[in-house]
Design a protein around this ligand. Sequence first.
Ligand code: BEZ
Length: 326
Amino acid sequence: MNKFLPTVAVTASILLPFAASAEDRDFRVGLITPPVHVWNQEVDAMGETLGEMSDGRMSVTAFPSGQLGSEGTMLQQLQTGALDMAWLTTAELTLRVPDMSALHAPFLVTNIEDAARVLRSEEAREILDELPAATGSVGLCYAMTGMRQLLTKEPITSAEDLDGLRFRITPAPPIQTFFEMFGAAPAPMPLTQVYDALANGQIDAIDMDHESIINFGYYDHATNMMETNHHLFGMVALVSGRVWAELSAEDKVIVQEAGQKHCDQTIDRFVSEEANKLERLQAIEGISVTEDVGPEFFGDIVERWDAEWSERTPYVERLRALVASF
Ligand code: BEZ
């Protein structure tokens, strides 16, 4: 009896972790967005899809609102295997994968339907292939959070009014270039800090999408919205490379297909809901929306931005050519 128990314990301690990793998986998924965001809803739905496709072996636990830290921190956690999955902005990934900056080219597209076509293109897909070497994680698919608009505390009537404004931007070099080129003072800051920074006057304006403006209520402190659609704002569903390496070939297919399904649903939802979100914003008392502000408002900024960023990545020209072919 005394001899039997330790044998069972040792056997179990050798076999159980192996059995657990081959059979059951609760994927921890990190996001910077709050539970109300479409991304978070689709991550939860992805958990259900994974459960169905794996006969209940796979599930998801989401960590929303930057609970695990900034997107940069989550990317490091993916690299070490401390985090299994994350839905991160393409903006964050530009810091490791310069080619991804081309997705943030100003006025690459001027409507959300074309943004979806870019994110579903072969060219964009190729950029995902760079992720394992550059970040230690696997990029399953793209989605997005809509097109970006300018929300300011003071009304803007000309490009000169933007001069010197402290503009919150998502930390990313290609976005920073755009704001510097029109004379603003970009203030890179994570999503989780934006509301307070607007409320306490640390910043004068923000670069943001309809979904987040509605979710966070940024119009409490900045009531002037310019409908610029100046860049698309992408997302990549990532899996830790270490976790990916542990999955069987069959489980990799399940994870890939489930991820793709919910990336696609996310894109489709943003495309179909974008106009309605604009209407909801227009209906909010006190908000003033200036529609159809095109690239001409910013002078020759597209040419200048392209000249600088074409030196850093061939995808600027490739994606411009792609969009020209639509
Ligand atoms: C942002 O940094 O502005 C952002 C990040 C994720 C979703 C939406 C917005």
